[in-house]
Design a protein around this ligand. Sequence first.
Ligand SMILES: Cc1ncc(COP(=O)(O)O)c(C=O)c1O
Length: 446
Amino acid sequence: MLTDFATLRAREFARLDDNGQAYLDYTGSALYPASAVRRHLALLERRVFGNPHSHHAPSEASTAVIDAARQAVLEYLDADPAVYTVVFTANASAAVKVVAEAFPFGPECGLVLTSDNHNSVNGIREFARRAGAPVRYVPLDDHLQCPTALEVLGSAQPRRGLFAFPAQSNFSGVRHPLTWVAEARARGYQVLLDAAAFVPTCRLSLREVEPDFVALSIYKVAGYPTGVGALVVKSIALAALHRPWFGGGSVDFVSVRHNRVKRRPGADGFEDGTPDFLAMSAVPFGLQFVCDLGWNNVRDHVGRCRSDLVARLQALAHHNGRPVVRIYGPSETTAAGVGGTVAFNVLGPDAVVLPYGVVEARAAAAGVALRGGCFCNPGAAEAAFGWPADRSGRCLDATADDFTPARFSQCLGDEWAVGALRASVGVATNTRDIDRAVEVIRTFAR
Ligand SMILES: Cc1ncc(COP(=O)(O)O)c(C=O)c1O
């Protein structure tokens, strides 16, 4: 069934227009549908929830909603519960860290990761290096894709370890090939798929693609609740992790006198402390909302919005005919392998990049929510901006402890961008939002 996105906007996201906001930061966070919040409120008003680690009816009620949330996450990813388990975390970053700190890295068990990765995935290298593991990055080309990924996986030594990549870039929107999962596994790697930017608008079936680890944040998918992320993990891969510590709730017993610990099996052994059980009780409402829209409808809507935005930004020109906007990554308006994200900079008539902060501030003043900076993805930023490696290295050394983007930019020279703008579209985006964003950028052409 077709979804009428205009009706959806009026019904679920009317607060956008009530507040005069053109929201284009869906890669930052999805927006919560009003109905999911109402359904959650009704549940909270009706039921009594207590600490799930106690043993009484309110505690059992909490355990039941946590189980339902686990089930909802597995269903959202079309995951076989006999194969996959859900470890709940605070967010996608914490889900990645569960793997990073417990993966058996060592001289014979390395890390390969794409240069296009969120810092929460880049951070795995710290654990890997501390364990003496070789770390290799797959480089990006000018289109912010990784054509040599399989070559690097085939040549990296040792041929064992972890391969980590994002299903969709939070910088450029590029969707990296999910076929890498099977290819990497066939080459002896376990795979961590960062699905945080992908699963909000694209179906991922863990029966078709079988990574060992998948990380995501619920608020990026459904806007609500915040504070809940998930590591969706093959039970067999979870059992092979070695946690460096334990916390309350993740152990069957600890003896202080006898220096013993027995960790809880499965996901419980990785979930420290009291879970955010009230937030978790909202997970099925948000995920159900997204599923009910229909994957093809979401794909078509987001694709149309992105194409429209890219075409209109590309059409902006200065009086001398030079473009106003430089887009990073695949710039074709209908790029199939790209999600609803556009990273760009605004150029002056002399083709010099304007500081992103100036554009971001003008947009914010006009009620247009864009994201500015490097979006926690330094590898994609370095490749997009084309900084000469020797020069950027020298400037990092020179700014060192006093690093700020402004000081770094001053050192690098104003022909190089340091930071960009990111516009990202989602299920609530309409043509008026795109008009407003384009109007802000057009003011730089005057
Ligand atoms: C691709 C990707 N991975 C990981 C993260 C980290 O997510 P969180 O901040 O929810 O932990 C983000 C957040 O923007 C992201 O876009």
